[in-house]
Design a protein around this ligand. Structure first.
Ligand code: ADE
Length: 220
């Protein structure tokens, strides 16, 4: 998979993709991630990328030209262009699975007050990571990229994500490791019983119980 990210603040990404599972996926050639400063595409003599809003109001608005030209430069036949915005579709694990099957993703990170509405016309998808407003799309794109890359075949063991929260619309079941008793808290007996059928049933029940208690909306 190839991922391109358009951002005015490429420095925000350093470190995030240089550690742990994402770093290994890049090193093993399972994904390539490139960050592009769309300011480099500005035709303005001072490399301006924003301007005041028509109709008045606070803040600056990202202009079309640098983003249109940067996307034009990167787009291939099967690219999916994604705009990060609080008014996009709220991101879910099912979308992460869908996007993990794509060949090429282009993320556009807005910043400042907003972006010219016409930028939406070159996007295939608009995504929000939740009902709150960030200073820009950068952190949202990092969260989304992380969730996609771990689902690319071979990046982590498939068994690790088939039991993830949100698969089958259920939260994950509780897990424990050694020691068997910590600070008076014991590991449930069934998990040390060696009875795999019983363990599977217990896990399913606990998943359901946790989902009912914490996220009943997932069961609707
Ligand atoms: N940009 C600002 N806030 C955002 C959000 N919640 N999701 C995606 N992009 C954003």
């Amino acid at each position: 998979m190839k991922i391109d990210v358009l951002s005015l603040f490429p420095g925000m990404f350093s470190g995030v993709f240089e550690e742990s599972i994402i770093k290994r996926a890049i090193n093993e050639g399972k994904v390539s991630i490139n960050i592009h400063n769309f300011r480099d595409f500005s035709l303005d003599p001072h490399n301006k990328v924003d301007d005041t809003p028509y109709g008045g109001g606070a803040g600056m608005v990202l202009t079309c030209q640098p983003i249109f030209d940067c996307v034009k430069n990167l787009r291939e036949e099967d690219s999916i262009v994604i705009l990060l915005t609080p008014d996009g579709e709220v991101y879910k694990q099912s979308k992460a699975y869908e996007l993990s099957k794509c060949k090429h993703l282009i993320f556009i990170c807005g910043h400042y007050e907003g972006f010219d509405e016409r930028i939406r016309s070159i996007c295939d998808l608009e995504i929000s990571i939740g009902d709150y407003v960030l200073t820009g799309g950068e952190i949202a794109s990092m969260a989304i990229i992380d969730s996609i890359v771990r689902l690319i075949p071979g990046v982590i063991e498939e068994e690790s994500h088939v039991n993830d929260s949100f698969n089958d619309n259920l939260l994950d079941y509780p897990t424990y490791t050694k020691p068997r008793v910590y600070d008076g808290m014991e590991v449930p007996e069934v998990l040390v019983s060696g009875d795999h059928k019983k363990i599977a049933e217990w896990r399913k029940e606990e998943s359901l119980k946790r989902t009912r208690e914490r996220r009943p909306d997932l069961l609707d």
